[in-house]
Design a binder for this molecule. Structure first.
Ligand code: M6R
Length: 643
C-alpha cells in the first residue's frame, strides 16, 4: 500500500516525482505529497485526495530542487486528510520522510518523543521517523565538521538513518531528505518493496517498476534490511549490519504497456480486452507446437526445474482476494485432473492458525503483485516452520505464481510461474486473474502427465483426456476475443437495469463456484453494490431468504457434472421472483433465464476461462454507468502491502 518515489540528479526533481507518483497512484490515492530540497531549504507540498490536487498545488506554488521524495497514500494510521499526508517533517522542518508500510511500535516511540517535548502534527505511524532522525542528526552534528569546515551532509544523514532503523519495528520502505544535505538522498527497506532505477547522472527510487519504466530500464532492487545513500555521483549500498554491498543492476522487462489507456475509457476495460492476448501468449509459451494427438513429448512446457514437482503428494495454496479465487479453480483442477489433494487458504488466516505439517507438500503463493503482505508473511512462516523439521520429507518447496517475477515473492520462493500478463493498472484484477487461471491449468496438466494411469477426482488420468484439454486450451484465445466483443455490448446495454440495485447474488457450482465468488467481488469493489457468491446448492440453506424481485441472481450454468442441479437452483430463485441472469450456453435448457449472457459450450473443466468474462464486463459497465471511479475504487489499493 502507498507508493513512494525519490529522485536525485541534476534537473528539477518535482516533475519526475509527480510523474512517478502518477504511475504509482494505483497503490493508494487518499492523499499525495512531495518534498524537494535545494540551497534555500525544504519545499514540501501535500494535498488530500487524488494526485491531481497535488499537481495543481505544484503548478501554483512550485517546489524547486534537484533532489526530492514523493508519496501517494492509502490510509492506515490516521484519516485521509492533508495533515496525515506524507512527507512528514521533523520539528525543525529540515528532515522529510516518506514511508510505505507500518511502524508497529510507533505508539511507544511517539510517547518517548512526546515526553522529550516533540509535538506531533499528524496521526500517522510515520511521523515518529523524521522526529527520531532530527534528534539523531542533532546529536551527530555536534562537532562533526569536514576538513573544509562544511558538514559532511550525506554521510551524516546516512549515519542517522542507520542509527534510527533498528528502533523501527514492522515493515517499511522509506526515503529521506535533509535540507542541510541537498545533494544526498537516503532510502531503506525492510519487508516492503523498493527499487533503485539508474539513469544518466541521476537515480530514481520507487516502490514499483511502473514508476521507473519511462525513466530507465536498469534497476537495482533493494534487498531486505538494505540502506542506500544516493548522490548524483553514485550509490552506496549497505546491508543491515552496515557493511558495504556491491551488486550488479538488472534489466527491467515487461513494462511496455505501462499506463496507457489507448482508446479505452478505463484501464479496467482495456485490461479486460487484453485477455485474448494474455491467453494467446500463454498458449504460445506453454503449449508446444506439435499437433494435438501426435506428440510424444511433454504436453505442457513449464519453465520449472522438475525437482520442485518431483514426488509431490499434496499442495497447499496461500492467496488473497481474486488470487485466492484463481487458486480455488486451481485446486479443483489439481484434484480432479492430477489427483493431488489441494487446500486453499486465506493467507491472512493461515499465518495465525497454520494446519499440521504434512510431508512432500508443495506450497504455492499466488499474488499478481508479488507484494501482498499477508501472502508473503504466510509463505515466510511456512518456510520457517518447515526448515525446523529434520525429516527431509517436510522440507519447504515454495512455488510462486505472479505477474511480477522481480517482486518480493519472486525473491522469496524457490521457483516462479510468471503469468506474463503485462502491467495491470486497474485496481480490480482481470487479466491477471486469467493469467493465474492459465498458470494453474499448466501446472495441473504437467502434474497430471507425471501421474498418468493413477486415479484423480475425475477418474483415471489418461493421456487422451489431457490431450483433449490442451486442444481446448488452444481454442481459448479466439473464444475470448469473440466473447469479449459480444459481452461488452450486452453488458453495457444491461447496466441501466442495476441503477437502483442494492444486492446481487452470484451462484455457481463445482469449478464455477470460485467464478461466482469472483463475480461478486468484482461487483462489490468497483460498484459498491453488496454482492455475495454462493455455491448454488447452498442457497436454499439460508440466502434464499434474501430473494425478491429487487435482487438479481447471476447463475453460472454450464453443461457438465452439475448442469441440471444448477438449473434447478436457478428455478428455485425464479420462483421467488428474483431476476435471473444466466451465464450459460444458449440452448433449450437455459430458456428459463430472464437475461442470457451466452458462453460457448466447452469442456466443463475449461469453462471458468470463459464464464469469468461476463462477470468482469457486467461489473465494469454497472460501475461505469453509475459514474464511479472504476480504476481507483474507494478505500482500495492495487497492492496491499500491509497485513
Ligand atoms: O496482488 P495480489 O494478487 O496478491 O492481490 C490480492 C488481492 O488484494 C486482490 O486480488 C484484490 O482482491 C483485488 N482488488 C481484486 O480485484
Amino acid at each position: 500500500m502507498c507508493g513512494i518515489v525519490a529522485l536525485i540528479g541534476s534537473r528539477e526533481a518535482a516533475p519526475q516525482l509527480l510523474e512517478g507518483l502518477r504511475q504509482l497512484e494505483y497503490r493508494g490515492y487518499d492523499s499525495a505529497g512531495i518534498a524537494t530540497v535545494d540551497g534555500a531549504g525544504m519545499h514540501c507540498l501535500r494535498a488530500e485526495g487524488k494526485l491531481v490536487n497535488l499537481t495543481q498545488r505544484f503548478e501554483a506554488q512550485g517546489a524547486p530542487g534537484q533532489c526530492g521524495i514523493g508519496h501517494t497514500r492509502w490510509a492506515t494510521h490516521g484519516k485521509p486528510e492533508e495533515r496525515n499526508a506524507h512527507p512528514h517533517l521533523d520539528g525543525s522542518g529540515t528532515v522529510a520522510v516518506v514511508q510505505n508500510g507500518i511502524i508497529e511500535n510507533h505508539r511507544l516511540l511517539r510517547e518517548e518523543l512526546q515526553a522529550s517535548g516533540v509535538v506531533f502534527r499528524s496521526d500517522t505511524d510515520t511521523e515518529v521517523i523524521p522526529h527520531l532522525l532530527g534528534r539523531e542528526l542533532e546529536r551527530l552534528q555536534a562537532g562533526v565538521l569536514s576538513p573544509d569546515g562544511r558538514r559532511p551532509g550525506g554521510a551524516l544523514l546516512l549515519r542517522a538513518v542507520q542509527a534510527v532503523l533498528p528502533r523501527l519495528q514492522g515493515a517499511y520502505a522509506l526515503a529521506v531528505v535533509w535540507a542541510e544535505a541537498p545533494g544526498a538522498l537516503v532510502v531503506a527497506r525492510k519487508a516492503a518493496p523498493l527499487l533503485i532505477g539508474l539513469g544518466e547522472g541521476e537515480f530514481l527510487c520507487a516502490s514499483d517498476t511502473p514508476a521507473l519504466a519511462g525513466f530507465t530500464r536498469t534497476i537495482l532492487p533493494m534487498e531486505d534490511g538494505e540502506v542506500a545513500l544516493l548522490t548524483p555521483l553514485g550509490i552506496e549500498l549497505y546491508d543491515q549490519g552496515g557493511e558495504r554491498v556491491e551488486r550488479s543492476p538488472s534489466l527491467l522487462s515487461g513494462t511496455e504497456h505501462v499506463a496507457d489507456k489507448r482508446s479505452f475509457r478505463h484501464f479496467m476495460l482495456k485490461e479486460i480486452h487484453e485477455q485474448p492476448e494474455t491467453a494467446a501468449l500463454w498458449v504460445a509459451r506453454h503449449l508446444p507446437d506439435a499437433p494435438a494427438g501426435t506428440a510424444a513429448g511433454p504436453l505442457v512446457a513449464l519453465p520449472l526445474d522438475g525437482a520442485v514437482l518431483e514426488g509431490v503428494e499434496r499442495i497447499d495454496v496461500l492467496a488473497c482476494g481474486t488470487s485466492r479465487h484463481a487458486a480455488q479453480v486451481g485446486a479443483y483442477l489439481l484434484e480432479q485432473l492430477a489427483g493431488l489433494p489441494t487446500r486453499v487458504f486465506y493467507a491472512s488466516e493461515f499465518r495465525y492458525s497454520p494446519p499440521p505439517l504434512g510431508p512432500h507438500t508443495l506450497t504455492i503463493g499466488v499474488t499478481q503483485s508479488g507484494e501482498t503482505a499477508d501472502t508473503l508473511a504466510a509463505l515466510a512462516m511456512e518456510q520457517e516452520r518447515r526448515q525446523l523439521v529434520a525429516d527431509p520429507a517436510y522440507a519447504p518447496r515454495l512455488l510462486g505464481i505472479t505477474n511480477r517475477p522481480e517482486s518480493s515473492l519472486g525473491r522469496m520462493v524457490d521457483q516462479v510461474l510468471d503469468i506474463g500478463a503485462g502491467i495491470e493498472v486497474g485496481v480490480a484484477a482481470t487479466k491477471t486473474f486469467l493469467g493465474q487461471l492459465l498458470a494453474f491449468y499448466g501446472l495441473a496438466l504437467a502434474l497430471a502427465e507425471r501421474r498418468l494411469g493413477l486415479q484423480a477426482g475425475g477418474g483415471t488420468i489418461t493421456r487422451e483426456r489431457l490431450l483433449a484439454l490442451t486442444a481446448g486450451l488452444r481454442a481459448v484465445p479466439q473464444q475470448l476475443r469473440e466473447l469479449i466483443a459480444e459481452h461488452d455490448r450486452q453488458a453495457e446495454a444491461l447496466a441501466h437495469r442495476f441503477e437502483s440495485t442494492q444486492d446481487v447474488i452470484f451462484l455457481g457450482r463445482g469449478i464455477n463456484f470460485p467464478i461466482a465468488l469472483e463475480g461478486a467481488l468484482k461487483l462489490k469493489e468497483i460498484s459498491y453494490i453488496h454482492a455475495e457468491g454462493y455455491p448454488a446448492g447452498e442457497m436454499k440453506h439460508g440466502p434464499i431468504a434474501l430473494l425478491d424481485a429487487k435482487v438479481p441472481v447471476v447463475s453460472i450454468a454450464v453443461p457438465g457434472a452439475v448442469f441440471d442441479k444448477v438449473l434447478s437452483n436457478a428455478q428455485e430463485a425464479k420462483a421467488r421472483d428474483a431476476q435471473l441472469i444466466g451465464v450459460a450456453p444458449a440452448c433449450g435448457d437455459t430458456e428459463l433465464f430472464d437475461v442470457l449472457l451466452a458462453v460457448p459450450e466447452v469442456d466443463e473443466l475449461l469453462s471458468p476461462l470463459l464464464t469469468v468474462i461476463p462477470m468482469q464486463l457486467l461489473s465494469y459497465h454497472i460501475a461505469a454507468h453509475r459514474g464511479l471511479d472504476v480504476d481507483q475504487p474507494r478505500n482500495l489499493a492495487k497492492s496491499v502491502t500491509v497485513e
